[in-house]
Design a protein around this ligand. Structure first.
Ligand code: ADP
Ligand code: MG
Length: 323
């Protein structure tokens, strides 16, 4: 079974940033209002996440690190039909099969917490321990037992960059949650909860971006669009600052990026890419079940409709703002 988990891990856990993404999503799913992330080095030494979410009951602890044990859903068909990010129940099992993991957790209604240790998939515990309400997960020595994977890790700086990106996406998608991010002793972000999305965007990208945000809004169809595009005078040489969220999750979508490019046609210098922060909402029936376990790619049942809705909305905003 551990080999199976290690193979599954290869699909879901490519690098330390994948661990960070899965653990942060679990904290959000657990209803956390405060989430703290600490990494050492490039994350393969240590990733530590603590949250004040619903916690895991003592009896459920071993189950949480067992493949396909999800407390969230009856079947995969339900993807995007509910509000949770996880649905496959394989992330913790996969991570635990290729690392040394410690989970400490306490639900609000339990008098005492419990601790579980997993080393390369071998479970020890749970044992009672004192801890605050919520969950702390430490992942140490990622890929210690899969040397090939370990070898493919990039430099500390590159792996950190990927972690920071994963953190940024989750923190942008959940402005109502307090996020703290540390690299070793260094505090990188302390983001208080906010109802104004622009505040969260500004906290990441600074005044220049914040001052050039143009609000975009459309809810006159099944497809809701809400967020900001940037003034064409503020652009980038790549498309990495095009943040799209669908029903609360970060997505990448070539077709929607193309629509964005079309909306800016003639307004940008050659080789420049627009900046945007857009949240899309639509009924789950308009979204196909995902194709990849990391859930970044989606397929729309009517891609053309989503494309033109976005293009029309952006064009309308450019026509009505005095650019
Ligand atoms: P999934 O998120 O797809 O259900 P995971 O492997 O990521 O699968 O997590 C397994 C289970 O462990 C979850 O369904 C949840 O019950 C529990 N769990 C994991 N992380 C947390 C957390 N931070 N707080 C509360 N429960 C958690
Ligand atoms: Mg999960």
């Amino acid at each position: 079974p551990n080999l199976v988990n290690q193979i599954a891990a290869g699909e879901v856990i490519e690098r330390p940033a994948s661990v960070v993404k899965e653990l942060l999503e679990n904290s959000i799913d657990a209803g956390a209002k405060r989430v703290e992330l600490t990494i050492q080095g490039g994350g393969s030494e240590l990733i530590r996440i603590s949250d004040d979410g619903c916690g895991i009951a003592d009896a459920q602890m071993p189950l949480a690190v067992t493949s396909h044990a999800t407390s969230k859903l009856p079947d995969d068909e339900m993807l995007f039909h509910v509000g949770t990010l996880g649905f496959r129940g394989e992330a913790l099992a996969s991570i635990a099969s290729v690392s040394q993991m410690m989970i400490r957790s306490r639900p609000a209604d339990a008098d005492i917490g419990s601790e579980l240790n997993v080393r390369g998939g071998v479970i020890e515990g749970p044992a009672p321990c004192g801890c605050p309400t919520g969950t702390v997960i430490e992942v140490k020595n990622l890929f210690f037992n899969t040397p090939v994977r370990h070898k493919f890790l990039k430099t500390t700086q590159t792996e950190r960059g990927h972690i920071t990106e994963a953190f940024t996406r989750l923190a942008l998608a959940n402005p109502n949650v307090h996020f703290v991010y540390r690299q070793g002793e260094k505090l990188l972000h302390d983001l208080p909860p906010t109802v104004r999305w622009a505040d969260r965007i500004a906290a990441f990208f600074g005044a220049e971006i914040a001052e050039s945000l143009i609000p975009v809004h459309s809810d006159d169809s099944a497809i809701g669009i809400d967020g900001f595009v940037c003034d064409p005078s503020v652009s980038r040489g790549n498309n990495r600052m095009q943040y799209l969220f669908l029903n609360g999750r970060h997505i990448r979508d070539r077709s929607l990026q193309h629509a964005l490019g079309e909306a800016y046609r003639g307004m940008l210098m050659v080789g420049r890419q627009p900046i945007c922060f857009l949240r899309l909402t639509m009924p789950p029936s308009m979204i196909d079940v995902n194709v990849h376990p990391t859930k970044q790619e989606v397929r729309f049942t009517d891609g053309g409709r989503v494309y033109s809705r976005l293009l029309q909305t952006l064009r309308h905003h450019f026509l009505t703002s005095n650019l």
